[in-house]
Design a protein. Structure first.
Length: 171
C-alpha cells in the first residue's frame, strides 16, 4: 500500500513520517517514535494497554486509531508523565500505594487515569471506576489502582489549596 506523509507531534516532538493507510497509531508511536511504553495488546480496543492522551483529558486507544487520521495532531504518552525525573502526583500515588503492576498494563492504567484527572481533578469513586473500566489487568485487581487515583485527587486538591492560599496572601 502506498505510504503517505503525515505530521504528528508526540510529547512535543513533531515529525514528518510516512505511514501506510492501514497503519495503527500504536505502531507509529512504538516503531517510528521509538516510544515503547505504550503497549500493543489485543489490538481490538478491549484491553487498554495502548492508551495515550489526545487533547488533555482525552484517553485514546491508539490501536483503534489510524495514524493517517492524526495528521497535524498531537498526543502524549506515558513517557511524558514524569517531568525532569520527578514522578507526577498520580505516579507517586501509584508508587506509594503499591498500585504499580506489570509494565504491560501500568502505562495504560496511568494514561487512563491521567486523562480522567486532567478532565475532572475532583473525580469521585464512580468517575474513577468508569475511567478505568477499559484498562484491563487479568492477573490482579483494580483495588489498589483505584485507591491510588483517589489519593492523587486528594494530593492535587491539597496542593491547589496551598497554592491558592499563597496566591491570596501575595495578592
Ligand atoms: S491494544 Fe488497544 S485496547 Fe488492547
Ligand atoms: S496485566 Fe499487568 S499486572 Fe496484570
Amino acid at each position: 500500500m502506498k505510504k503517505q506523509f503525515i505530521r504528528l507531534t508526540v510529547n512535543g516532538d513533531t515529525r514528518e513520517i510516512a505511514v501506510a493507510p492501514n497503519q495503527a497509531l500504536v505502531e507509529v508511536i512504538r516503531d517510528q517514535f521509538g516510544l515503547t511504553g505504550t503497549k500493543r495488546g489485543c489490538t481490538s480496543g478491549s484491553c487498554g494497554v495502548c492508551t495515550v492522551n489526545g487533547a488533555p483529558g482525552e484517553a485514546v486507544l491508539s490501536c483503534l486509531e489510524l495514524a493517517i487520521e492524526w495528521d497535524g495532531r498531537s498526543l502524549t504518552t506515558i513517557e511524558s508523565v514524569e517531568q525532569n525525573g520527578q514522578l507526577s502526583p498520580l505516579q507517586q500515588a501509584f508508587w506509594e500505594l503499591g498500585a504499580v503492576q506489570c509494565g504491560f498494563c501500568t502505562p495504560g492504567l496511568i494514561m487512563s487515569a491521567k486523562a480522567l484527572l486532567d478532565a475532572n481533578p475532583a473525580a469521585d469513586a464512580e468517575a474513577i471506576n468508569e475511567a478505568l473500566a477499559g484498562a484491563i489487568c487479568r492477573c490482579t485487581g483494580h483495588i489498589k489502582v483505584k485507591e491510588a487515583v483517589a489519593r492523587a485527587v486528594e494530593v492535587m486538591a491539597a496542593a491547589n489549596a496551598v497554592k491558592e492560599g499563597s496566591d491570596g496572601a501575595q495578592g
